[in-house]
Design a protein around this ligand. Structure first.
Ligand code: KIV
Length: 271
């Protein structure tokens, strides 16, 4: 009997396998088909983050991002990828009111995009919602620490986990979300010793994904535009692995100059 070997997309469950094997989980954000297609081969998961509000649309916070915006960009990322797990952020106001609201909107995201999981911000107080979704077939990634959707109640984008109380609360958040069935938890903007302690907690089944957290996390994520050097201001935890802003400016300058001087379009660019 012949066997057809087809490559399949990574799933939430594969992140747990990577954690168990001690293989680092590689993740970046993407909002477009073309950038997602470049990431696909190198990332275990691609996050369609609600950071798209700030990065793509120039918003000051992620609060105005709508479910419709998330769905359109997640569809684009799904079209551009074949291999990576695609995780879609639930935007502010789409899951906090009740477990039922969270399920209806998460189900809509999975149905309309074909993505493999959703991400929700919040700690222990959302554990019940996480369990409700997971029991109904929605793979959930948690997100604790600096949760940008809470910018107004946190009083700004502030590093979390300082002091004994801060450390204890984050530990409790991570345990509650993991016990509720989340397959992974993003640890964002957390002081390193606390993030390290969470990552080292053997009672956590969920994989820890760091951003401004600790190298000891099971994986790391960055916003693509930040690490490519497209964003003009980035936080300390971002390393710029490229300098695309300068390259794009140089290309646009050359284009403008060639159009002005009549060198573009040349004979080889015309029919
Ligand atoms: O929205 C986003 O891009 C995120 C990452 C920073 C983790 O939540």
């Amino acid at each position: 009997m012949s066997q057809v070997v087809t490559s399949r997309r990574l799933r939430a469950i594969d992140m747990a396998a990577r954690k168990a094997e001690g293989r680092k989980i590689i993740a970046l954000t993407a909002y477009h088909a073309h950038t997602a297609s470049i990431l696909d081969e190198h990332c275990d998961f691609i996050l369609v983050g609600d950071s798209l509000g700030m990065v793509m649309h120039g918003m000051e916070t992620t609060l105005p991002v709508t479910l419709e915006m998330m769905i359109v960009q997640a569809q684009a990322v799904m079209r551009g990828t074949k291999r990576a797990l695609v995780v879609v952020d639930m935007p502010f106001g789409s899951y906090e009111a009740s477990r039922e609201q969270a399920f209806m909107n998460a189900a809509r995201v999975l149905k309309e995009t074909g993505a493999g999981a959703i991400k929700m911000e919040g700690g222990a107080r959302f554990a019940e919602t996480v369990a409700f979704l997971v029991e109904r077939g929605v793979p959930v990634m948690g997100h604790i620490g600096l949760t940008p959707q809470s910018v107004n109640t946190m009083g700004g984008f502030k590093v979390q986990g300082r002091g004994e109380d801060g450390q204890r609360r984050l530990m409790e958040d991570a345990r509650a979300i993991s016990q509720a069935g989340a397959f992974a938890i993003v640890l964002e903007g957390i002081v390193e010793p606390v993030a390290r302690a969470i990552a080292a907690d053997r009672s956590l089944a969920a994989a820890t994904i760091g951003i401004g957290a600790s190298s000891e996390c099971d994986g790391q994520i960055l916003v693509l535009e930040d690490m490519l050097g497209l964003s003009d201001r980035v936080p300390k935890f971002v390393k710029r692995f490229g300098s695309l802003r300068g390259q794009i400016e140089a290309a646009v300058r050359d284009y403008a100059e060639e159009v002005r001087s009549g060198r573009f379009p040349a004979e080889e660019n015309t029919y």
